[in-house]
Design a protein around this ligand. Sequence first.
Ligand code: PLP
Length: 374
Amino acid sequence: MIYLDYAADTPVDAQVLDLFCRISQDAFGNANGAHLLGKNGKQLIEKATINIKNQLNCLNMEIIYTSGATEANNLAIKGVARNYRENGRHLISTCLEHASVSGCLKQLQSIGYEIDLVAIKKDGTVDLDHLKELIRVDTILVSINYVDSELGGCQPIESISAIVAAYPNCFFHVDATQAVGKIPVHLDQIDLVTFSPHKFFGLNGMGVLLKSDSLILEPQIHGGTSTSYYRSGTPFTAGAGATALALELCMAELEERLAQVALKSAWLKKQLSAYPLVSFNSTEHSIPHILNLSVKGVKAQAFQAALSDQEVCVSTKSACSTDNTPSRSVLAVTGSRDLARTSWRISLCHLTTDSELQEFMEIFDFCYKSLTKK
Ligand code: PLP
């Protein structure tokens, strides 16, 4: 098997899994308990929390642990919308967002909130002039991803936050799920940041919401307070510890891994460029981990299935949008329905080997020839 779908999920690092097992067995008591194991668990969570904040250089933010970036996005967006509805009911986002963001916005729209989407330029970045036109005194949230999951496009986060900062009633949420652990991230000036460790060799079923201290959210899950007022349930001590370690391991090698992936990605792009029907939907702003391409005339699902028959794993759109509709992101960036229908994603990481990529190219060649012959 050749796995080229690391933007969807990554294997858990052995050290992370080992720590997870150790905490689960040795420090299993409810971290809210007043007894020895409880206090021990609480300390472990506090240690993990400080470690995560240090790694991401955001000591002034509060951490809320969730079941994934999906839940973290729901809490961030609905939590702001419901708590600050007296300030306004206008939210701004993009068509490049993950389903867990666009789904929240759709739900809010159905109950009377007004949603505007900022235009995307041909280079995959948001049109800042359009954002300036859209934002107004009753805008309560701008939600834009750091890196989008389909094209891997990196957004000008600092320029966006400067625009949002001029509106005191407006908060800035960044879904950083495809950025954290892969590229350097700058989170100051952002009010809400979401991500999940299963994208960087941590656990599935775990997510993080970073929230600036001054911001108040309406909780989405009610019950007893856990590690945070905003998220009920027994604290996930081993999950917090495992997340902190996964992040620490990635951050320690961030630059080296990024350089390795960039080399592999450039090699792959060069090989694929030799095929006349191949075009790339990722842009110069895309992170090297994600390469989105189209093979003219061949539906994305057909190419993916042909590769899958040869035990190659790639994906069409993001794994969370499994319907067969054309990609909204590719349509927005390229303006072409044909490209949107034929686009699929290869995603790499530092574990991807040169021989895997060479073998992938042989399989790609076989699929290309069989699917494009008249
Ligand atoms: N946001 C982005 C940009 C993603 O790529 C994903 C997962 O693919 C999510 C959110 C959802 O993450 P989770 O699976 O942790 O809920």
